[in-house]
Design a protein around this ligand. Structure first.
Ligand code: NAD
Length: 493
């Protein structure tokens, strides 16, 4: 217990502290370089065996793991609530995402399709085939401490890869619990080698080792744009592949024809859910001038009544920020917005009885006349910048003018606006929604964003291809050796 504080690495131990009250939840040992090398050696050996197991059998491991997660759903969700501060419903939703992606991977295990391609040469057979890639390093952020690893691990494992996970230093217990369930399934699965999926606890350092290690052909990294830039540069220097899921600065447009009821519900969930700590959190709202005053009034009323507090309590909607640094970053952003002329409501610290070591803040609304420097950045806290617009094109330009490109949303009943928003001239983000908020994606679609969000795609659709290597194969079953493009190369004889 001791004094409240934030999760931190101290020497060889990593202490996990609950953002609910700042008290210690437990400790884990930090991976040393020797632990790291042992894990990677084992992952390399495990890959050599696992890649030869038929994909539908690999899917069976994921089916069993998904069943184990189903059985432990309530306890896993409770751990997320304790370690990240998510309210119960959102924590359960995250565990459900793990289950969903396991189910998806089971189906995928019979659908890792290649292609047959028409050859220009007679009696030649050309095809494209997908092979397992190698051991995959996965670095994850604190705010989705289970789901993001599961998106990666479920696909990587079904594709025949082994996986090494470096979870956030803020969520070591959540990682240990989930990985422990998988380890138990691996131990009971005859074809699954030891070391198929391992966890390396610690701060940045094990993540940096993964990025620099040529034994790992793919590094999937989720977190801030700063982290992504460092990881991507290191991985590129050794010609590895990186799959980056970085910061977002997501906007919604509320058009004249929008249903106010739907828009308000979507705005509040997307802007204050997970206390504004989702990569897809709604941060910028463009409202048509004809709707602005009424919408703002309604939002202000809802914000004033939001129940903020201990996320274990039933009617709480907004739990704590992850730590003091997150609260300070929020205050710094609000101060910058005020200095630039923003009109602010909310944003103050909320005292929660019995939880003085927790950092609770009332979500803030900042009215702006035009975008400002701080509204173009991602502050990982519940701040909603509200801007007006007159012409639809102006709002679309606003959506696209930031350096991040993750999620975007439009509320309208106007078909032309909706189609324009979804067209090549519309949203430039990886995710574009109509009459749905910016957050809360389903696992069936490919998830990820453009520009400084990193360009990676995970989870559904054909995201699995990132975890495999493509091989073009050509077989000549004729008795001649015709060259492509009709090239003649006569060596005589
Ligand atoms: P963070 O960047 O501080 O840390 C993320 C992970 O990277 C941690 O495991 C950390 O130890 C590791 N890390 C940090 N520096 C590293 C380095 N130089 N080399 C290797 N590893 C390093 O992020 P956070 O505070 O945990 O999470 C919040 C951020 O994550 C936000 O920017 C959010 O938008 C982003 N995020 C993005 C997505 C997405 O899918 N696009 C999903 C969740 C979170």
């Amino acid at each position: 217990m001791g004094r409240p504080g934030s999760s931190a690495v101290a020497g060889e131990r990593l202490t996990s502290r609950s953002p609910i009250d700042g008290y210690s939840l437990g400790e884990v040992p930090v991976a040393t370089r020797a632990d790291y090398d042992r894990s990677v050696d084992r992952a390399v050996q495990a890959f050599a065996a696992w890649r030869t197991v038929p994909a539908p059998r690999r899917g069976e491991l994921l089916r069993r793991f998904g069943m184990a997660v189903r059985r432990d759903k309530a306890r896993l969700a409770e751990l997320i609530t304790l370690e990240v501060g998510k309210i119960r419903a959102e924590a359960e939703g995250e565990v459900q995402e793990v289950i969903d992606v396991c189910d998806f991977a089971v189906g995928l295990s019979r659908q890792l399709h290649g292609l047959t391609i028409a050859s220009e040469r007679p009696q030649h057979h050309m095809l494209e085939r997908w092979h397992p890639l190698g051991p995959v390093g996965v670095i994850t952020a604190f705010n989705f401490p289970m789901a993001v690893w599961a998106w990666n691990a479920a696909l990587a494992l079904v594709c025949g890869d082994s996986v090494i996970w470096k979870p956030s230093e803020k969520t070591p217990l959540t990682a240990a619990a989930l990985a422990g369930l998988l380890e138990a399934e691996v131990a009971n699965f005859p074809e699954a080698p030891a070391g198929l999926a391992t966890v390396l606890q610690g701060g940045r350092e094990p993540g940096q080792w993964l990025a620099a290690d040529p034994r790992l052909p793919l590094i999937s990294a989720t977190g801030s744009t700063r982290m992504g830039r460092e990881v991507a540069t290191t991985v590129a220097a050794r010609f590895g592949r990186s799959l980056l899921e970085l910061g977002g600065n997501n906007a919604m447009i509320v058009a004249p024809s929008a249903s106010e009821d739907l828009a308000v519900r979507a705005i509040v969930f997307a802007a204050v859910g997970t206390a504004g700590q989702r990569c897809t959190t709604l941060r910028r709202l463009y409202v048509h001038e004809s709707r602005r005053a009424a919408l703002l009034q309604r939002l202000s009323g809802i914000y004033a009544g939001l129940r903020i507090g201990d996320p274990r309590e039933a009617d709480v909607l907004v739990g704590p920020l992850i730590n003091a640094a997150a609260f300070e970053a929020m205050q710094a952003a609000l101060a910058a917005a005020r200095a630039a002329g923003g009109r602010i409501s909310g944003g103050e610290r909320v005292e929660v009885p019995g939880a003085s070591g927790g950092w609770y803040a009332r979500p803030a609304i900042v009215e702006l006349d035009a975008p400002i420097e701080v509204s173009r950045q991602e502050t990982f806290a519940p701040i909603l910048y509200v801007l007006g617009y007159r012409e639809f094109a102006e709002a679309v330009r606003g959506n696209n003018e930031v350096s991040q490109g993750l999620s975007s949303s439009l509320f309208t009943r106007d078909l032309a606006e909706a189609e324009h928003f979804l067209s090549v001239e519309g949203s430039d983000c990886g995710i574009a929604n109509v009459n749905i908020g910016t957050s809360g994606a389903e696992i069936g679609g490919a998830f990820g964003g453009e520009k400084e969000t990193g360009g990676g795609r995970e989870s559904g659709s054909d995201a699995w291809r990132a975890y495999m290597r493509r091989q073009t194969q050509t077989i000549n079953y004729s008795s001649a050796l015709p060259l492509a493009q009709g090239v003649s190369f006569d060596i005589g004889g």
